[in-house]
Design a protein around this ligand. Structure first.
Ligand SMILES: Nc1ncnc2c1ncn2[C@@H]1O[C@H](COP(=O)(O)OP(=O)(O)O)[C@@H](O)[C@H]1O
Ligand SMILES: [Mg+2]
Length: 208
């Protein structure tokens, strides 16, 4: 019988426990799961593609049916090349839904045979995003329990080496690389509100 292959695309800058929760769930449902990091030179990321790939490889080593890869261009094209049946995406809150629905339907338009499957993380991770993790670290807070220890260490090193590394963290892209901030009505708004509620240091010039 043909194996079910799914792709879990994202920025993973950095990988969080929410991502790993989803990867674990996906690994139980699909025969093979490809964690695909979006390669986008235009997008400013905190960790290089190589760094993210290495982190994800280490973090997913315990699941034999999970593989890490990178891609650029259209997700549907990449999925076709990988002979994937499905795209896995995470839905944290209602605010994710509108944007994700739009992407899923657009991808269906581009390739009717490719299904998008949504999974929900454990409630503990339903408020967690890479963006907030970056904000917390910038403001000197602890992200223990939100990201794997390995990621926590690398975040700390990055901030120590360059205190401004996290200034204006950009997490504004969709699965196909388009800027999300151009569209007003999506989850980014909620996330940005939330991150502003944590503090404003990362948006200020010359923060202490
Ligand atoms: N805490 C979390 N719990 C569950 N899913 C998550 C979590 N954080 C991110 N995701 C999901 O993982 C996928 C990749 O997210 P992300 O790395 O932010 O890349 P993207 O740039 O595509 O949003 C998305 O489907 C997102 O909804
Ligand atoms: Mg995101």
């Amino acid at each position: 019988m043909k194996k079910n292959v799914a792709i879990y695309p994202g920025s993973f800058d950095p990988p969080t426990n929410g991502h790993l929760d989803l990867i674990e769930r996906g690994s139980h449902v699909f025969d093979e799961l490809i964690v695909a990091i979006l390669r986008n030179p235009g997008k400013e990321a905190l960790f290089t593609l190589g760094e993210r790939r290495k982190m994800l490889k280490t973090l997913t080593a315990k699941w034999s049916n999970v593989r890490v890869d990178t891609f650029d261009g259209l997700l549907v094209e990449y999925a076709r090349k990988q002979k994937a049946d499905a795209v896995l995406r995470g839905i944290r809150a209602i605010s994710d839904y509108e944007y994700e629905l739009q992407m899923a339907l657009m991808n269906r338009k581009l390739d009717p045979k490719l299904e998008t499957v949504f999974m929900m993380p454990a409630e503990t991770y339903s408020y967690l995003s890479s963006r907030l993790v970056k904000e917390i670290v910038t403001l000197g807070g602890s992200v223990r329990g939100l990201v794997p220890t390995l990621v926590e260490q690398q975040l700390r090193e990055r901030v120590q080496a360059n205190p401004h590394a996290l200034d204006r963290p950009e997490d504004t892209e969709g699965m196909n690389g388009e800027p999300r901030t151009k569209h007003g009505n999506h989850r980014r708004d909620g996330v940005q509100e939330a991150s502003r509620a944590l503090g404003t240091a990362s948006h200020r010039k010359g923060k202490s």
